[in-house]
Design a protein around this ligand. Structure first.
Ligand code: ADP
Ligand code: MG
Length: 637
C-alpha cells in the first residue's frame, strides 16, 4: 500500500472532519470534478481532432445501489493516466485542474477545481472510494482505491470508455449521523438540484417510477388498474442558468417562476434586474424585488442575502455581505468565475471582490428603483408600501451615512396633493418665499391635517408632509435639509419652534402684544411648573385657544416614539414643551381677567385644563385623566 504524499497523513483526517461544515457537499465536489474533466476533454477537442466525443454526448451519470451501499458517479471526460491518478489523488492539496488552468492560460474556461482537496470530501460519507479511470489517448485503465488515511492502492483495471468512474461505499449509520439518507434517490436529487443545478453537462440518473398497467381488452366493469414500477433515465439538472441567458431569450413568465420556486414566494416579483458585468467585477446576477414583504421582514428573524455561485456551482445559500441593509429585501443570485474561495468554498478568501460586487449591485438596485419611480409610479408606490420603511431606516442608520443615496427614493404623504410625493416634488412646487419644508408627525394623517398649525401652513398655500411612521421624523432629522445645492431648505416640524410664516411687521406686532401679557404668561408658567419650559403667545393658532409645541432637538412625536421603545421605561429623552396661547381667542381675555383679579387658584385650574387639552389635540397622553375630567366637570356645575 502506498502512503499519501502530504505533509502529514493527519491532513486527510483533518480535512475530512473539519474543513466542510456540511457532509452533503461531497456530491458537489465529485460532480464538479467530473464537470472539470469534461471541460478539459472538450477544450482539447477544439484543437485535437482525434477526440470523437460529440458535444451533446458529454454527461455525468449518477447511480445508487442500496444493497451494496454505493453511489457511483461516472463521467466521459478526459480521464486520468496511472501517473495522474497517483499525482492528483495520491497527493493531498494538489490540483490537476489548477495546473491545467495555468498551463493553458485559459482564464476564460470555467474550471471549478483549484485546491486539490475537494475529492477527499468523499471520505466524509464513504468508508471506501474506488476510482477507475481511463485517460484520453490511452488504452489502459487504472484503479485507485482507498479507505482513507491509511493510504491507497493502484492496480490495473478494465474500462472500455474514456473517462472516470468513482464508486463510493457509504458509511454505516452512527449514533450521531444518518448516512443511509445518502442512499435515497430523492436525497441525491435534492443535493444535485441544490448545488449542481447549473453544471453545464447533463447529470443523469435512473429513477424509479410507477405507472398503471395497460387495461386488458377483456377487462370487466369492475376492473381496477394495476400498477407497476419501472425506471426511467432522468436529467436532474437544468444546466443553463437563467442568469446566463440573455434577457431577450427569457420570458417574464420564466423569470417569475424561477423567482417563486427558488425563493418560496407565491407572488410575482415587482421587478427583475438582470445584469452581466465585465471589468473590475466580473459577475452575472439576477435580482428580484419581491412583490410583497415576507411576513417576517421587519423582524429579527429575517435574514438578508443573495445566493452566491462560483462558475455555476452553489457556494453560499445566503451571502449577506452582498447586500446593504437598506436593500435587504432584494432576493437573487450572483454568479462569478473569479472569486477566490477558501478551501471549503464556504467562504470567500478576501472581501475585496465581494465589496466590488456589492457596490456594483447597489448601484443597479438603486437605478432600478429610480426608474421604477419615474416610469411606473403606481408600482413604485406599491413597492414603497412594502419596503419604504426599510429605506427610511437606511437613511437614518449609521448617522445618515447613506442618506444621500436613499433620499430621492423616499415618498411622503402630501396634505395638499393627498397622495405620496417625493421630496424633489415638494421642493419643486414651493413658492419662492417659502422658507421651510413643513411636516407634521403623528400616528394619524387625518388628525395631523387638522392640527391648528397645519391649517395655517396650508392656508398660506404651502404644502405639508404628514408623517405617520415611527421612523419618518428621525429620517428627516438626519437629512436636516433637502434641495439643490445652495438652495437647500430645512425641514420644519409645525409643532416646534418658529414656523417662519410671518412678515417682519406681523412679528413686531406679536412681540408688542406678548410684552403686554408678560405677567399672565409668567403666572401660568408658575402654575404649570416643570410641565412646560415656557408659556408664550402663539403665532400658529387661528381658531384654537392653545397648543403645545416643543423647543430643542426632541419633538413631541419623537418623545412619544422613544418612550414606547422597549427598555426605555422612564429614561427616554423628553421634549421641552411650550404652551402657546391664542391672543385673539375669547379664552385669552378670560385668563387675563383672572390674572389681573389675582385669582391664582382658578388660573392654575384653567392653565391645567388648557395644557391637557393641548396635549390631547397633539395626540399625546395626559398625565392624570381623572383629575382632568374632574376639573372639566367642576366648570359645568
Ligand atoms: P480540485 O478539483 O480543486 O483540483 P480535487 O481534490 O477535487 O481538487 O481533485 C484533484 C484533482 O484530481 C483534480 O484537479 C483533477 O486533476 C483530478 N480529478 C479528480 N476527479 C477527476 C475526474 N472525474 N476526472 C479527471 N480528473 C479528475
Ligand atoms: Mg475538485
Amino acid at each position: 500500500m502506498k502512503q499519501f504524499k502530504a505533509e502529514s497523513k493527519k491532513l486527510l483526517d483533518l480535512m475530512i472532519n473539519s474543513i466542510y461544515s456540511n457532509k452533503e457537499i461531497f456530491l458537489r465536489e465529485i460532480i464538479s470534478n467530473a464537470s472539470d474533466a469534461i471541460d478539459k476533454l472538450y477544450f482539447k477537442s477544439l484543437t485535437d481532432h482525434s477526440v470523437t466525443t460529440q458535444k451533446e454526448d458529454y454527461k455525468i451519470h449518477l447511480a445508487v445501489n442500496k444493497e451494496d451501499r454505493t453511489i457511483t458517479v461516472t463521467d466521459n471526460g478526459i480521464g486520468m493516466t496511472k501517473e495522474e491518478l497517483e499525482k492528483n489523488l495520491g497527493t493531498i492539496a494538489r490540483s490537476g485542474s489548477g495546473d491545467f488552468k495555468a498551463e493553458n492560460k485559459a482564464d476564460d474556461i470555467d474550471i471549478i477545481g483549484q485546491f486539490g482537496v475537494g475529492f477527499y470530501s468523499a471520505f466524509m460519507v464513504a468508508s471506501r472510494v474506488t476510482v477507475i479511470s481511463r485517460a484520453f489517448g490511452s488504452d489502459e485503465a487504472w484503479k485507485w482505491e482507498s479507505s482513507g488515511a491509511e493510504g491507497y492502492t493502484l492496480t490495473e483495471a478494465e474500462k472500455d470508455e474514456v473517462g472516470t468512474k468513482i464508486i463510493m461505499v457509504i458509511k454505516e449509520n452512527t449514533e450521531s449521523e444518518n448516512y443511509d439518507r445518502f442512499l435515497e434517490e430523492y436525497t441525491l436529487v435534492d443535493i444535485v438540484k441544490k448545488y449542481s443545478d447549473y453544471v453545464r453537462y447533463p447529470i443523469t440518473m435512473y429513477r424509479e417510477k410507477s405507472r398503471a398497467k395497460e387495461k386488458p381488452a377483456d377487462a370487466g366493469e369492475d376492473y381496477k388498474p394495476e400498477y407497476e414500477t419501472y425506471t426511467e433515465l432522468e436529467t436532474l439538472n437544468s444546466m443553463v442558468p437563467l442568469w446566463k441567458r440573455s434577457k431577450s431569450d427569457v420570458s417574464d413568465e420564466e423569470y417569475n417562476e424561477f423567482y417563486k420556486s427558488k425563493f418560496m414566494d407565491f407572488t410575482d416579483p415587482a421587478r427583475v434586474i438582470v445584469s452581466r458585468t465585465e471589468g473590475t467585477a466580473t459577475y452575472n446576477s439576477l435580482l428580484f424585488i419581491p412583490g410583497r414583504a415576507p411576513y417576517d421582514y421587519y423582524t429579527r428573524e429575517y435574514e438578508k442575502g443573495l445566493q452566491l455561485y462560483a462558475s455555476g456551482v452553489l457556494i453560499m445559500e445566503k451571502c449577506a455581505d452582498l447586500l446593504p441593509d437598506y436593500f435587504s429585501f432584494v432576493k437573487g443570485v450572483v454568479d462569478s468565475q473569479d472569486l477566490s474561495l477558501n478551501i471549503s468554498r464556504e467562504m470567500l478568501q478576501q472581501d475585496g471582490q465581494l465589496k466590488l460586487i456589492r457596490s456594483s449591485l447597489e448601484k443597479k438596485i438603486k437605478n432600478e428603483l429610480s426608474s421604477m419611480k419615474m416610469n411606473d409610479r403606481e408600482k413604485y408606490e406599491e413597492f414603497f408600501k412594502n419596503f419604504g420603511r426599510q429605506l427610511k431606516f437606511g437613511c437614518y442608520a449609521e448617522y445618515g451615512m447613506h442618506a444621500d443615496l436613499l433620499k430621492d427614493l423616499l415618498l411622503f404623504y402630501s396634505a395638499k396633493e393627498k397622495k405620496l410625493i417625493t421630496l424633489a416634488e415638494y421642493v419643486e412646487k414651493m413658492p419662492e418665499e417659502q422658507k421651510f419644508i413643513y411636516y407634521a408627525a403623528g400616528d394619524s394623517a387625518e388628525r395631523l391635517a387638522k392640527l391648528p398649525a397645519a391649517e395655517l401652513v396650508l392656508d398660506k398655500g404651502y404644502d405639508l408632509l404628514l408623517l405617520t411612521e415611527d421612523v419618518d421624523e428621525f429620517c428627516l432629522q438626519v437629512l436636516r435639509q433637502y434641495g439643490e445645492k445652495d438652495k437647500e431648505k430645512e425641514f420644519k416640524n409645525i409643532s416646534s419652534g418658529d414656523l417662519g410664516l410671518e412678515t417682519e411687521e406681523e412679528k413686531k406686532a406679536a412681540e408688542e402684544k406678548s410684552e403686554a401679557s408678560k405677567e399672565l404668561f409668567a403666572a401660568m408658567k408658575e402654575a404649570l411648573g416643570e410641565k412646560v419650559t415656557a408659556v408664550r403667545l402663539s403665532t400658529r393658532l387661528k381658531s384654537h385657544p392653545v397648543c403645545i409645541t416643543s423647543e430643542g432637538p426632541v419633538t413631541l412625536e419623537m418623545e412619544r416614539i422613544l418612550s414606547q421603545m422597549p427598555g426605555s421605561e422612564g429614561n427616554a429623552p423628553k421634549s421641552q414643551k411650550v404652551l402657546e396661547l391664542n391672543a385673539d381667542h375669547p379664552i385669552f381675555a378670560t385668563l387675563k381677567g383672572l390674572q389681573e383679579a389675582g385669582d391664582k387658584e382658578k388660573l392654575a385650574t384653567y392653565a391645567d385644563i388648557l395644557y391637557n387639552q393641548a396635549l390631547l389635540i397633539e395626540g399625546l397622553p395626559i398625565e392624570d385623566p381623572v383629575a382632568y375630567a374632574q376639573s372639566v366637570c367642576e366648570l359645568m356645575k
